[in-house]
Design a binder for this molecule. Structure first.
Ligand SMILES: [Zn+2]
Length: 588
C-alpha cells in the first residue's frame, strides 16, 4: 500500500504537478515595466512537504479500498459505496492539498489570486474521476485491463484537477520578489522529475509484483489447508452418524470352517463364496443385532509383510474364541458373526478400502465383543517374537483397541493368548491409548511401499472418536464406559492426538502436521451440536457441512483443485492387511 501510495501520491500527483507547472510561462508584458518571461522558482520545504502529504493521503485512501474482502468483488453493497466514497474523497483532497501547496511554493515577482468557484470545480472533477477509477478497481476482475483503465481515470482526476485548478489562478506582476518564510528556492527540471519517477515506479512495480505473487501463493496455500482440515473434521463427524462403507461380517458357521488359504484370498476371494453378511447402514446393523446377531471384532498383529490376515495359529485361536464367546453369552452359532479386517475391508478397490478405513471407528464401535488375539508366535519377515507385549506396540491394533474401548468400554474386551479367553488386563488401555507412540510397518519400511504414512491415515477416525466421546460427555451420557473414555482422553490428550509427527523416509526425517487444530475444530462442532440440541433440533448433516462452503473456495480454486484436495483428505493408503501384487501364499 505504501508503494501504491507512492505511485499515486508522488509519481502521479506530485510529479504531474511540477511537470505541468513547467508548461506555465508568465509573460511580464510591457505595461508592468518588466520585460520578457518572469522566472518562477519553488520553495524547497513546501515542495517536499507537498510530496509527502500526497503520498500519505493516497496510501490511506488506497488502504481503505483494499480493506474490502476480495470475495465480495462482484457485490455492490453499502460497504463498497462507503469505502469508495471515503477513498475518493481522500485522494481528491490529496490532489487538492498537493496542488495548492505546490502553488503556494511558487516564488517570484508576482502575486497569485484564486477564483473560488473554479477551485471548487477542480475538486469536484478530482472527486468524480478518482471515485470512478476506484469503483472499477474494486468491482472489476483483477486483470491488467482493469488496472490500466483505473490508472487512466485516476490520472484523469489528477490532470483534470490540475488544469482546472490552474484556470482558477491569476497572476499579477509585482515589483518585489514574494518569497516564502524559509526562502530556500529551487528551480524544477521536468525531464529529471519525469525520469526519476518513471524509474522509481518501475522498480516499485517489480518489487510489489513479486511480493504480491508470494502473498497470493501463501494465501492460497493457507486457504487450501484450511479447506482440507475442515473437510477432514466434517467427514470424521459424519462417520459417527452413518456408515461410510458397508459393514461386512463373516457368519461364524462359515468362519469355523474357513481355511488359511481362503483367508489369503482376502475380501474379494471370500465374497465369491456368497456367505459374506453385508450391512449397508447403521439401521441394518441395529436391526440385525435386535434380531440376535452377535458380532466379534478380532484384533491381531499381522505377522508377515506380504501376507494378508492372521497366521494359522492366530486363526485357530480366533475360532476357539468364537466358541467360547458363544457359550459365554448363550448364543447359537447361527447368531455369531466375525469382523476380520482382511475379509471385512475391500482390498482391491482403493476408494472402497479408504472409505472402510475412515469408518473404522464405527466398525469398532458396533460389535458386541472385541477379542485381542495374541498367541506366542514369530513374525515371518523380521523373525521377532510376537505376543501380548508386541501387539500393544502395533499402531493399527492400538487404534482398534482405543476405538472399541471409547465406544463400548472395556468390559466386553477379551484377551486370548493361546490358552483361554480371558478379560482384558486392567493396565491394557493405559498402555495402548497413546496410539502414535506405537510402531507401524509403513514407518519401519521408511515408506518405501506406501505413499502415505498410516499415522496420517488414522487421523480422521481418531477425530471421529474424539468428537463422539466429547459429544456424549456434553450430552450428559455418564455411563461407566463414557466416563472411562472421557477421562482417558482428558488425561492423555496431548500424547493421544499430537499436533505433528516425525515422518521417516530414506532421505531422512521431517516433522509433519498431524492433528494440527483438528481437535479445536471438532470441539466447535460439539458446541454447535449442543446448541442445536438446545433448540430441539437433532444433529443434522447441514450442521457440519455449513462450516465451510465449497462455493466460497471455487473462486480461488477450480473444480480440478477441489477434486485433488479431496484425494488429499482420503489418501489411498492401505491397511496393515495390505498386500502387494505379488501376494505370497507362503504360510508359517
Ligand atoms: Zn508410517
Amino acid at each position: 500500500m505504501v508503494c501504491a501510495g507512492f505511485s499515486v501520491g508522488v509519481s502521479t500527483v506530485w510529479a504531474m504537478h511540477y511537470v505541468g507547472m513547467s508548461a506555465l510561462h508568465l509573460d511580464g508584458g510591457q505595461s508592468s515595466g518588466a520585460s520578457g518571461e518572469i522566472p518562477v522558482r519553488f520553495e524547497l520545504s513546501f515542495t517536499i512537504i507537498s510530496a509527502f502529504a500526497a503520498w500519505l493521503i493516497a496510501t490511506v485512501g488506497l488502504h481503505i479500498v483494499n480493506g474490502r474482502d476480495v470475495s465480495k468483488r462482484s457485490l455492490i453493497d453499502r460497504e463498497l459505496w462507503i469505502r469508495v466514497a471515503a477513498a475518493a474523497s481522500l485522494i481528491a483532497s490529496g490532489v487538492m492539498i498537493m496542488h495548492y501547496m505546490g502553488m503556494i511554493s511558487q516564488t517570484g515577482p508576482f502575486h497569485t489570486e484564486y477564483h473560488a468557484g473554479v477551485v471548487f470545480a477542480s475538486g469536484l472533477i478530482a472527486l468524480v474521476a478518482a471515485g470512478v477509477g476506484l469503483l472499477l478497481l474494486s468491482t472489476m476482475p483483477p486483470v491488467m485491463a482493469t488496472r490500466l483503465v483505473s490508472a487512466f481515470l485516476i490520472s484523469a482526476a489528477v490532470n483534470g484537477m490540475h488544469y482546472t485548478g490552474m484556470q482558477a489562478a491569476s497572476y499579477t506582476v509585482a515589483e518585489d520578489d514574494i518569497s516564502m518564510i524559509f526562502s530556500i528556492t529551487i528551480s524544477m527540471n521536468e525531464t529529471i522529475i519525469g525520469i526519476l519517477v518513471l524509474v522509481a515506479d518501475l522498480a516499485l512495480y517489480a518489487v510489489c509484483d513479486s511480493y504480491g505473487m508470494q502473498m497470493r501463493q501463501e494465501y492460497e496455500m493457507a486457504a487450501r489447508k484450511d479447506l482440507t482440515l475442515q473437510r477432514i473434521v466434517t467427514a470424521a463427524v459424519m462417520s459417527t452418524k452413518e456408515l461410510g462403507a458397508a459393514m461386512n461380517c463373516i457368519p461364524a458357521t462359515s468362519f469355523m470352517s474357513l481355511e488359511i488359504d481362503c483367508i489369503r484370498e482376502r475380501h474379494e476371494g471370500y465374497r465369491k463364496s456368497g456367505h459374506l453378511m453385508i450391512l449397508d447402514t447403521l439401521e441394518d446393523v441395529w436391526e440385525a443385532k435386535a434380531a440376535g446377531m452377535f458380532i466379534i471384532f478380532f484384533s491381531y498383529e499381522c505377522l508377515a509383510y506380504k501376507q494378508a490376515g492372521p497366521n494359522k495359529l492366530q486363526l485357530r485361536v480366533m475360532k476357539a474364541s468364537v466358541q467360547q464367546l458363544a457359550s459365554l453369552h448363550g448364543k447359537r452359532m447361527e447368531d455369531m458373526f466375525v469382523w476380520l479386517d482382511c475379509i471385512s475391508i475391500p482390498q482391491r478397490n482403493k476408494a472402497m478400502q479408504t472409505a472402510s478405513i475412515n469408518s473404522i471407528y464405527s466398525f469398532a464401535s458396533l460389535p458386541d465383543a472385541m477379542v485381542i488375539v495374541c498367541p506366542e508366535s514369530i513374525h515371518l519377515d523380521t523373525q521377532q517374537k510376537a505376543d501380548q507385549d508386541s501387539i500393544r506396540d502395533r499402531l493399527w491394533c492400538r487404534v482398534e483397541h482405543l476405538a472399541y474401548c471409547c465406544s463400548r468400554g472395556t468390559s466386553s474386551m477379551y484377551l486370548h493368548c493361546g490358552d483361554v479367553l480371558g478379560p482384558l488386563p486392567d493396565d491394557w488401555m493405559k498402555s495402548v491409548c497413546c496410539v502414535f507412540e506405537a510402531h507401524s510397518t509403513c514407518c519401519r519400511l521408511k515408506h518405501t511401499t506406501t505413499m502415505t504414512c498410516d499415522r496420517k491415515v488414522i487421523v480422521q477416525p481418531l477425530v471421529a472418536l474424539y468428537f463422539d466421546v466429547l459429544l456424549r460427555n456434553a450430552r450428559g451420557d455418564h455411563d461407566e464406559k463414557d466416563v472411562y473414555a472421557y477421562t482417558l482422553i482428558k488425561e492423555n490428550k496431548e500424547k493421544m492426538f499430537p499436533r505433528t509427527y516425525t515422518h521417516e523416509s530414506e532421505e531422512g526425517t521431517s516433522e509433519r502436521d498431524l492433528f494440527g487444530d483438528l481437535l479445536e475444530r471438532a470441539e466447535l462442532l460439539v458446541d454447535e451440536s449442543m446448541r442445536e440440541r438446545g433448540k430441539g433440533n437433532a444433529f443434522q448433516k447441514a450442521d457440519v457441512t455449513k462450516h465451510f462452503s465449497v462455493s466460497e473456495h471455487v473462486g480461488i480454486f477450480g473444480e480440478h483443485e477441489l477434486s485433488c484436495m479431496h484425494e488429499d483428505v482420503v489418501p489411498p493408503s492401505m491397511t496393515r492387511c495390505q498386500s502387494s501384487a505379488a501376494l505370497s501364499t507362503q504360510d508359517i
